[in-house]
Ligand binder design. Structure first.
Ligand code: 5GP
Length: 193
């Protein structure tokens, strides 16, 4: 008998909403028999501070990205704030085929593409407590210029409008609480067929 395929969990959130920390904690806390692995995207964006090649992203040139995209290597790809991002198909296939669940940390455009392609994917939107908090987080991170922060905030307002297309919305006002809610969603979804 074939092994049950893993599920796709798609998490989107405006940048600065605390999603990276939340997803890291989620994966850490779910280490058990049934794995939840994070899909590592390919991007043309510059590497930030502590980010590592192959752990946070695969950093490539725009030329390389286009080449891979033309070879249909991405399950979905999108241009987000002047950079390209893509989800490699092979990683998803390998893990879901083994029965591992995969967590995709991608933007709303990517999530909508996954929703069309993979009907049983579970879409979760992480909401920041407020725009003020979002702005504060982006400034504290200070890896982006003022213009970039303003652009990200404007983009966040646009992204928030997609929340109703998701299966779940989780408010990240307090990490422990948001984490608990995310774990509960995954537990419930795993129980389904
Ligand atoms: P950041 O540059 O802050 O790491 O990510 C910017 C945005 O790109 C975030 O919303 C993030 O979720 C999204 N993103 C990261 N990887 C992918 C991907 O493979 N596909 C899509 N569509 N979006 C991605």
């Amino acid at each position: 008998m074939g092994k049950k395929r893993g599920k796709l969990f798609v998490v989107s959130a405006p940048s600065g909403s605390g999603k990276t920390t939340l997803c890291r904690e989620l994966i850490r806390s779910l280490r058990g028999k049934r794995k939840l692995v994070r899909s590592i995207s390919v991007t043309t964006r510059r590497r930030r501070g502590k980010e590592r090649e192959g752990r946070d992203y695969f950093f490539v040139s725009p030329r390389e990205f286009i080449k891979r995209r033309n070879r249909q290597e991405f399950l979905e790809w999108a241009r987000v704030l002047n950079n390209y991002y893509g989800t490699p198909c092979d990683f998803i296939e390998k893990h879901t085929g083994r029965g591992d669940d995969v967590l995709l940390n991608i933007d709303v455009q990517g999530a909508m593409k996954i929703k069309r392609k993979k009907r049983d994917a579970v879409l979760i939107f992480i909401l920041p407590p407020s725009f003020k908090v979002l702005e504060g987080r982006l400034r504290r991170r200070s890896t982006e210029s003022k213009a970039e922060i303003a652009r990200r905030l404007k983009f966040a307002r646009h992204e928030m409008r997609f929340v109703r297309k998701y299966n779940y919305a989780v408010l990240n006002d307090e990490i422990a609480r948001a984490l608990k809610q995310l774990k509960e969603i995954i537990r419930q979804e795993r129980k389904k067929k």
